[in-house]
Write a protein that binds this ligand. Structure first.
Ligand SMILES: Nc1ncnc2c1ncn2[C@@H]1O[C@H](COP(=O)(O)OP(=O)(O)O)[C@@H](O)[C@H]1O
Ligand SMILES: Nc1ccn([C@@H]2O[C@H](COP(=O)(O)O)[C@@H](O)[C@H]2O)c(=O)n1
Length: 217
């Protein structure tokens, strides 16, 4: 899929920061807190100097058989093949070229991109990209000027994921636990954890330790 981007008159090439880590380690919360601490939260989105995007926007569209599997918690969303690597790479290179880009909003209840909503990413000084496999694909990994890995232990992550998936992602307990044991945990060990070595900064436990990152700026 081609990204939907427009060149801005005043070209701005942002500093790209990647944030990786296992599911529910606190990646989104870290991004949100960084944006808050840098005083960006209440700015109009066209004027923000620091913005974040999620790798989840780049989950690929599923075919009919995969959709049925996904609805039963039997699709592996933690495998690199679940992502549209080309679309993500293209979008990030467009962002880096100073273009205004529209990226999909991902819907975890339908396991697909929203049909009507997109997020517009305007040129900014810093763009933070978070995702479980943000460092997995070499071409994407090489785009980041700085890489953070949020290191939160597996028990804590599971304890955060269960209520989140039930309350926010429309899942039931059995489905969350089955998906975790069958796909999430093994894929974390095979694909996500080995990318920790690419990080410039490791943030233990997440949001409470973003001071380490802010200090490095
Ligand atoms: N430091 C923290 N302490 C307690 N709960 C947290 C913390 N960081 C995140 N959470 C909660 O854990 C869940 C997952 O956090 P989130 O930032 O969405 O993780 P990720 O983006 O890595 O999946 C959310 O419900 C969030 O509110
Ligand atoms: N349709 C989907 C898509 C993804 N997931 C799970 O989301 C996790 C990644 O998001 P985090 O916020 O937790 O980093 C990943 O572990 C997938 O299992 C899903 O359940 N359904």
């Amino acid at each position: 899929m081609n990204s939907s981007c427009l060149v801005d008159n005043e070209t701005k090439s942002p500093f790209l920061i990647g944030v990786a880590g296992g599911t529910a380690c606190g990646k989104s919360t870290v991004c949100k807190n960084i944006i808050e601490k840098l005083g960006q939260t209440n700015l109009d989105e066209t004027r923000r100097q620091v913005v974040s995007i999620s790798q989840d926007s780049f989950y690929r569209e599923l075919n009919a058989v995969e959709k049925i599997k996904a609805s039963k918690g039997q699709f592996n969303f933690d495998h690199p093949d679940a992502f549209d690597e080309v679309f993500m790479y293209q979008t990030l290179t467009d962002i880096q070229a100073g273009k205004t880009c529209s990226i999909p909003v991902y819907n975890y209840k339908t396991n697909s991109r929203s049909k009507k909503d997109t997020i517009v990413i305007y040129p900014a000084d810093v763009v933070i990209v978070e995702g479980i496999l943000a460092f997995y694909f070499p071409a994407i990994r090489d785009l980041f000027h700085m890489k953070l890995f949020v290191d939160t232990d597996s028990d804590t992550r599971l304890a955060r994921r269960v209520p989140r998936d039930i309350n926010e992602r429309g899942r039931d307990l059995e489905q969350v636990l089955n998906q975790y044991m069958n796909f999430v945990k093994p894929a974390f060990e095979e694909f996500c954890l080995p990318t920790k070595k690419f990080a410039d900064i490791i943030i233990p436990r997440g949001a409470e330790n973003i001071g380490m990152f802010l200090f490095s700026l």
